[in-house]
Write a protein that binds this ligand. Structure first.
Ligand code: XUL
Ligand code: CO
Length: 439
């Protein structure tokens, strides 16, 4: 047996806020109770395979900087896939991560033919099943990579060529079944190339119908095989294509409603995708809650000074406190969790850097969870919002909402009561100060 790549690094324990040990959690105390659930149960956090184990530390201007025993960025032989699997589960276990996530091609050996795809995936899924049993680390979600291979240059489900649609169907069927076998809690679809580079060559109506049909097929298959987890769409406005159909939570809801899927599919909200769409992260969570489609979260952050999907680890507690507040207000996760869809920087090439990144991210979530729970327990914010809408609980407001009053009846009410209502303060600055008291 080869020595583990992470042999020199410890299992990460909770050490308390006073600790100066950089290889310990200061805020994440897995069994600490917060509003009736442990931190572990609230956060359900996951490490993603792709950024930490499949990416080589390359960028558009330069080659990979990460020297790992499984040679990321080089052709993946079955041996390398196995070395990578061992290292990944060693890391998950040392981080005491409850969950992980992966795409088919992150974990499996390279393939040429469709038959080889099936065989290589089956081999790694079987080995992974053993690792899950051995370590107790669970699968938060599985997904198929429908954007990396050159065949998907013009999209997967939205491709002008139905033979490519069929290839995508094969990958999704395979990974949905693999996720079911590995007892995954969810299945994610990110439409990385479901969009267009130029509208000159694109039939929008045709492509949306193809995507709607694809989603319906996935839902049908989920029920056919008895997969009880949630199907999640991950919104993103653009990158790699100029425009993607799943731009944000509200757009996805409209799409789901149009194809009759709004009770079958939820969203996987990613922080950096939200900001790329011109929304705040908490706006996306609040919107998904309001529409009843909140599923899971891809946790990361962008860089406010540029417009890329930089996928950095979260490090801003006040910002994350608002996200956790909305998550808790929506009842928290059921099948979902916080997947760190985040990568260390290209210059952070040491094994230790992977630890610092995940420790920091988990601690930011834990601290924000405590803050958000304190805001809810204090009640001032909730009370303020409830009072703001109190008029709608009265008979008049209810008569409008239930339809007892129509447009004319409502207008007459204003006329006959000679009404002259005044605007009231929204108290934004007071509320911002209030939140800062908790962060
Ligand atoms: C890309 C992205 C993906 C999805 C899974 O921006 O977020 O990694 O999370 O395909
Ligand atoms: Co993501």
């Amino acid at each position: 047996m080869l020595m583990s790549y992470f042999a020199d690094l410890p299992t990460i324990q909770y050490d308390g806020p006073e600790s100066r040990n950089p290889l310990a959690f200061r805020w994440y105390d897995a069994n600490r109770n917060v509003m009736g659930k442990t931190m572990r149960e609230h956060l359900r956090w996951a490490i993603c395979y792709w950024h930490s184990f499949a990416w080589a530390g390359s960028d558009v201007f330069g080659a990979g900087t990460f020297e790992r025993p499984w040679a990321p960025g080089q052709p993946v032989t079955p041996e390398r896939a196995q070395i990578k699997l061992n290292a990944a589960f060693d890391f998950f276990a040392k981080m005491q991560a409850p969950f992980f996530c992966f795409h088919d091609v992150d974990a499996m050996a390279d393939y040429e033919t469709i038959g080889e795809y099936s065989n290589n995936l089956a081999t790694i899924v079987q080995a992974m099943e053993g690792k899950i049993a051995e370590t107790g680390v669970e699968l938060l979600w599985g997904t198929a990579n429908l954007f990396g291979h050159p065949r998907y240059a013009a999209g997967a489900a939205t491709n002008p060529e139905p033979e490519i649609f069929a290839w995508a169907a094969h990958q999704v069927r395979s990974m949905l079944e693999a996720t079911h076998r590995l007892k995954g809690a969810n299945y994610v679809l990110w439409g990385g190339r479901e969009g267009y580079d130029t509208i000159l060559n694109t039939n929008l109506a045709r492509e949306m119908d193809q995507l709607g049909r694809f989603m319906s097929m996935v839902v049908e298959h989920k029920h056919k095989i008895g997969f009880a987890g949630a199907i999640l769409i991950e919104p993103k406005p653009h990158e790699p294509t100029k425009h993607q159909y799943d731009r944000d939570a509200a757009t996805v809801y409209g799409f789901l409603k149009r194809y009759g899927l709004e009770n079958e599919v939820k969203v996987n909200i990613e922080a950096n995708h939200a900001t790329l769409a011109g929304n705040s992260f908490e706006h996306e969570i609040a919107t998904a809650n309001a529409l009843g489609i909140m599923g899971s979260i891809d946790m990361n952050r962008g860089d406010p000074q540029n417009g890329w999907d930089t996928d950095q680890f979260p490090n801003n507690v006040p910002e994350m406190t608002l996200a956790l507040y909305h998550l808790l207000k929506g009842g928290g996760f059921t099948t979902g969790g916080f997947n760190f869809d985040a990568k260390v920087r290209r210059q952070s090439m040491d094994a230790e850097d992977l630890f610092h990144a995940h420790i920091g991210g988990v601690d930011v979530l834990a601290r924000s969870l405590v803050n958000a729970a304190a805001i809810i327990e204090d009640g001032t914010l909730d009370h303020f919002v409830a009072e703001r809408y109190a008029g709608w609980n009265d008979a008049f407001g209810q008569n409008i909402l239930t339809g007892a009053l129509d447009l004319a009846g409502t207008a007459d009410h204003a006329v006959f009561s000679n009404s002259n209502p005044k605007a009231v303060s929204g108290r934004q600055e007071f509320l911002e100060n209030l939140i800062n008291n908790f962060c």
